[in-house]
Design a protein around this ligand. Structure first.
Ligand code: AMP
Ligand code: TRP
Length: 335
């Protein structure tokens, strides 16, 4: 396509406003987004329309959407470099999703493992939005002619579907969509639960003590690290046999930038207790500037909303261009 020549590659990703961000999200996803901003033209969508495919309390959704925006900026998503916006502020997402629904088969959507998992949990009322969720996701991506889509491994199937829909549409109407590729981080950047280090740190965990939220206070961080589950040994050694200590070493590595051997050496003759105190202190130091920035943005909702309005304006310009192209191709009357 002509606009591909010489242009910066385009990245789009989406994140649901469905809970507070934790250390796992920061390390596994957000930190990578922050790094991509200089090299690529990035679009980051807070996907509130996806969030309502499962039962959602309106007052909670409101708070979580603005909180997530504040947190993403605090973590380093720079609205001057990237386009950060709320999905429902850009109606083209719903408009393109409708068109794409007509180019997607029931069979394809029936094969989506996330639909199977989530619908199994909503047996008495499976809403159609949950079924067509991946089509809305395809619209998110295709509207911006994204080249790359940074996502976790669990989203690979949705990405393949987006690509198939784009290919099918391009077969009928050539040169409409760019074909997106997933960008999946290599494993190794997984943060584990503090209470059961064989499971990943997850927002769906009922035990709050197992999760470090990025917005946690100094005391909360210190208490959670102090109570983190470790084995009965005493050596600070990075090994699969000691998943609890291994996770704490990984966290210390992230917070301080020290290498694993450096950390092992530093704590060679020290016990777990002393190591935990050091981990807690390093983590507090690492997260405090983010937390402060987050609190500052949260207390200035006017500024936050204005950043999101500018993001939506910028997103709409691009999205509308793609939508009009699609409308014309399929025979809608476009003035
Ligand atoms: P979720 O909170 O499950 O919706 O995940 C949002 C993003 O954070 C995805 O890209 C995940 O891959 C990433 N993520 C979630 N939990 C972790 C974790 N414990 N370690 C590393 N990355 C994570
Ligand atoms: N489904 C994604 C998730 O749960 C979120 C998402 C929505 C997304 N639209 C997207 C991710 C577009 C990448 C691109 O994580």
């Amino acid at each position: 396509m002509e606009q591909k020549i010489g242009r910066r590659k385009i990245i789009l990703s989406g994140i649901q406003p469905s809970g507070k961000l934790h250390l796992g999200n920061l390390i596994g996803a957000i930190r990578n987004w922050v790094r991509l901003q200089d090299e690529y033209q990035c679009y980051f969508a807070i996907v509130d329309m996806h969030a309502i495919t499962v039962p959602t309390e309106p007052s909670k959704l409101k708070v979580q959407t603005l909180d997530l925006a504040a947190m993403l900026i605090a973590c380093g998503i720079d609205p001057n470099k990237s386009v950060l916006f709320i999905q429902s502020h850009v109606p083209e997402h719903a408009q393109l999703a409708w068109v794409l629904n007509c180019y997607t088969s029931m069979g394809e959507l029936n094969r989506m493992t996330q639909f199977k998992d989530k619908s199994a949990k909503q047996k008495d009322f499976i809403n159609v939005g949950l079924f067509t969720y991946p089509v809305l996701q395809a619209a998110d991506i295709l509207l911006y002619q994204a080249d790359l889509v940074p996502v976790g491994e669990d989203q690979k199937q949705h990405l393949e579907l987006s690509r198939n829909i784009a290919e099918r549409f391009n077969y009928y109407f050539p040169d409409t969509f760019n074909l997106p590729e997933p960008m999946i981080p290599e494993v190794g950047a997984r943060i584990m639960s503090l209470q059961d280090p064989t499971k990943k740190m997850s927002k769906s965990d009922e035990n709050e003590k197992s999760i470090i939220y990025i917005s946690d206070s100094e005391n909360e961080i210190k208490n959670k690290i102090k109570r983190a589950v470790t084995d009965s040994g005493a050596n600070v050694k990075y090994t699969d046999k000691k998943p609890g200590i291994k996770n704490l070493i990984a966290i210390y590595h992230i917070a301080t930038g020290l290498s694993i051997p450096e950390i092992e050496q530093k704590f060679a003759n020290k016990g777990y207790g002393e190591f935990k105190v050091a981990v807690a202190e390093a983590l507090v130091e690492y997260l405090t500037p983010i937390r402060n920035k987050y609190l500052e943005l949260k207390s200035n909702q006017k500024e936050l909303k204005s950043i999101l309005a500018s993001g939506a304006d910028a997103a709409r310009k691009v999205a509308n261009k793609t939508l009009r192209k699609v409308y014309k191709k399929i025979g809608f009357i476009v003035e």
